[in-house]
Design a binder for this molecule. Sequence first.
Ligand code: PGA
Length: 249
Amino acid sequence: MRKKLIAANWKMYKTPDETRAFFRDFFPLVVGHERDEIVVCPPYIDLAAALEAARGSNISIGAQNVHWKPEGAFTGEISANMLLSLGITHVIVGHSERRQYFGETDDTVNLRLKAALESGLIPICCVGEVLEEREAGLTDDVLRRQCVRAFHAISSKKAAKLVVAYEPVWAIGTGKTATPELAAEAHAVIRRAAAEIFGEPFASQLRILYGGSVKPENASALMAQEEIDGALVGGASLEAKSFAAIVKY
Ligand code: PGA
C-alpha cells in the first residue's frame, strides 16, 4: 500500500504573516489526520514562518525549487543544504511553470533531482504534456521522454525517496481537470517508464501524484483511482478550508 501524499504548491502567493494565518486556520481542520502525508510548499521567504507554525505537527514543509550546486555565485538561487539547514524535507522539481517561463529543461530537472536526492530531500518531480502534445497523440511519448531524461544516471537506491507528479499542463490553473481515468492512464505510463529505468519493485512503490485543478469537489474521485497516490494542489491550496477538504477527500 502506498500512503497518499497531498501537497500544496503555493506558487508566488502569501507573505509570512499570511502564512501564519493560514496555519492557524488549517491546523484544527487536519489535526490527527494520519491517513495521508501532508506537505505545504510556500515561497522561500515564507519557509521559516511555515516551519515554525508546523513544528511538532503532521505537516511537512517543502520548497518550490532547488539549485544543483551546494553553493556559489548563482544570484537568486537556493541550494539543498540551505533548505535542509532550515528543516525543509521536500522540494518541487521541474514544475511546468519553471519549464514554461524560466528556461527549465529536462537536463536541469535531472541536475536538480540528483542534488535533491543526494542531499536527502524528498523531490516531487513534475512531468506533463501541453495541450498540443495531447491533441497530437504524443502524451505517452512526452511523459516517457521527461521521465527518461529526469531520471538519467540515478540509481534505484539513490532514487528511493523520489515522488513524481503528473501535471497535464492544460489542466493547471485552467479549471480543466483530467478525468480520473485519463489521469490513471498517464500514471500507468509513468509507472512503466519508472519500471524500465529503476526496476519493477521500485516502480510498484513509487508514488505518483496528480496535479491540475484539484479541488474539494473532484478530489475523492481522483483519489479513488488505484494509480493515483496523492495530489499536488495549486489554487485550491491557498485557502485553509479548501485545502483541508482536499486532504480529507
Ligand atoms: P492548480 O495548480 O491546482 O492551480 O491547477 C497545480 C500545480 O501547478 O501544481
